[in-house]
Design a protein around this ligand. Structure first.
Ligand code: ATP
Ligand code: MG
Length: 394
């Protein structure tokens, strides 16, 4: 049997063409998230609402929709024919289903009549339905509270049917993934970068994760960890193409030819060049990192200044103003934390110099890079990038 859900979405500032784009993207993202496990699925929109009908178990529907960005509320609903007695009967049943096992509950009927040909107006509906519920539930079990009810019985009278719902389960908000563009996410195995990726996904950005792997300095377990993180991130955006860049030759060359204290920053500049090219090849227009101001030596303002000089596209750092504890809290909530804390080091920790420069100037870095001839190595790394496609919806 198919069940109905009303989907509420926000961003009321969106108008005209943008609004349609937003709605169509949200609908297609909902379909992708549900279609694998639904035998029957229907997703459509009318009058500023999206309706989902599916035979999938309710818990699964909610869990999946709570990972679709752009959804503000999910209301399991009943669709009832335009008949007062039918509306009364269904309202009462839904209240009985929602009642706790014991204790008094306050409620309120909140009716809205868009369809003026329905015999009762909103006020009359509120009154009649409220009375019907009171009369047909145990004495004293329920009370009406119009200001602060525990249970809200929403009744929407539309052109072809009446919709009733008592619950509005929160969604994750944001914008549907894909509406604001594509970004290359520099994804390490750490705590921060997956959170950074999630934050921009929330704002409608499709993420291309890019991981720099330095085998054998970093083990294949480190790569597995990044694959696991990508799998978690993919549950929020669907098909995700992880790009693994084989970085060993470049790092070795850099360690031979550059002053030790500058290797961290030079390495970051090279990462940016490679990531920018991969992002461009995928139609993206920005880069994304998990940096937070002052967290480690490479995350000083000076270092970001010299790193930013390399790519032409903007580098977004959504965690820039967050403390580690705040980042950890998000990581736990989105499901990446447990994977991130597994102990396999990334290529940065393997090559960390004893005293990394925290205040390198553009001139210092230019001088430090002068013996480096790695254009061919960079080109080779881009040509040989390994693409791992992860699709949680298939
Ligand atoms: P994270 O927790 O994301 O690993 P971090 O605190 O370890 O961050 P750094 O090692 O300075 O910080 O890395 C800063 C950012 O550079 C990371 O958030 C990530 O975006 C990027 N980065 C670092 N190492 C790699 C890597 N091996 N592959 C891809 N991106 C990386
Ligand atoms: Mg790290």
């Amino acid at each position: 049997m198919k069940r109905l859900y009303l989907i509420r979405y926000g961003e009321i500032g969106l108008k005209g063409k943008n609004r349609f784009m937003f709605e169509d993207k949200l609908i297609s993202n909902i379909i992708k998230a549900l279609k694998k496990e639904s035998d029957e699925l229907d997703v459509y929109k009318t009058y500023g609402r999206i309706y989902v009908e599916t035979d999938l178990a309710r818990d699964k529907v909610i869990a999946k929709l709570q990972k679709v960005f752009g959804i503000v509320g999910i209301a399991p609903a009943r669709e009832v024919e335009l008949d007062v007695d039918e509306v009364k009967k269904n309202c009462l049943e839904m209240v009985q289903e929602a009642l706790p096992k014991s204790g008094v509950t306050t409620f309120k009927v909140n009716a809205r009549r868009n369809n003026k040909s329905f015999p009762l107006n909103s006020m009359e509906l509120n009154r009649e339905l409220g009375a019907h519920i009171l009369i047909n539930t145990e004495d004293g079990r329920l009370q009406v509270d119009v200001h602060n009810p525990e249970l809200m019985v929403n009744v929407e009278v539309r052109k072809k049917a009446v919709y009733i719902y008592t619950q509005d389960i929160p969604g994750c908000g944001g914008l549907p993934v894909g509406v604001t563009g594509t970004a290359g996410l520099l994804l390490s195995g750490g705590i921060d970068s997956p959170v950074a990726g999630w934050m921009l996904m929330k704002r409608g950005v499709k993420i291309i994760p890019i991981y720099f792997h330095s085998f054998p300095f970093t083990s294949d377990r480190a790569k597995e960890k990044v694959i696991d993180l990508t799998e978690t991130l993919a549950t929020y955006q669907g098909e995700t193409k992880l790009h693994v860049v084989h970085f060993t030759d470049i790092q070795t060359e850099m360690n031979d030819k550059c002053p030790a204290e500058l290797t961290t920053i030079i390495m970051r500049r090279i990462m940016m060049r490679i990531a920018e090219q991969i992002t461009l090849n995928n139609g993206g227009k920005s880069l994304l990192t998990g940096e937070s101001m002052g967290q480690v030596a490479s995350q000083t303002m000076e270092s970001m200044y010299v790193t930013n000089m390399v790519p032409e596209m903007p580098i977004f750092r959504p965690l820039i103003g967050l403390d580690k504890v705040e980042i950890i809290e998000i990581a736990k909530r989105i499901g990446t934390y447990e994977t991130s804390i597994q102990p396999y080091e990334d290529c940065c920790t393997v090559f960390v110099p004893e005293k990394p420069a925290t205040k390198a100037t553009p001139d210092d870095v230019k001088e430090g890079e002068k013996d480096l001839h790695i254009d061919d190595l960079i080109e080779k790394a881009i040509d040989e990038v390994e693409i791992i496609t992860i699709n949680p919806y298939k």
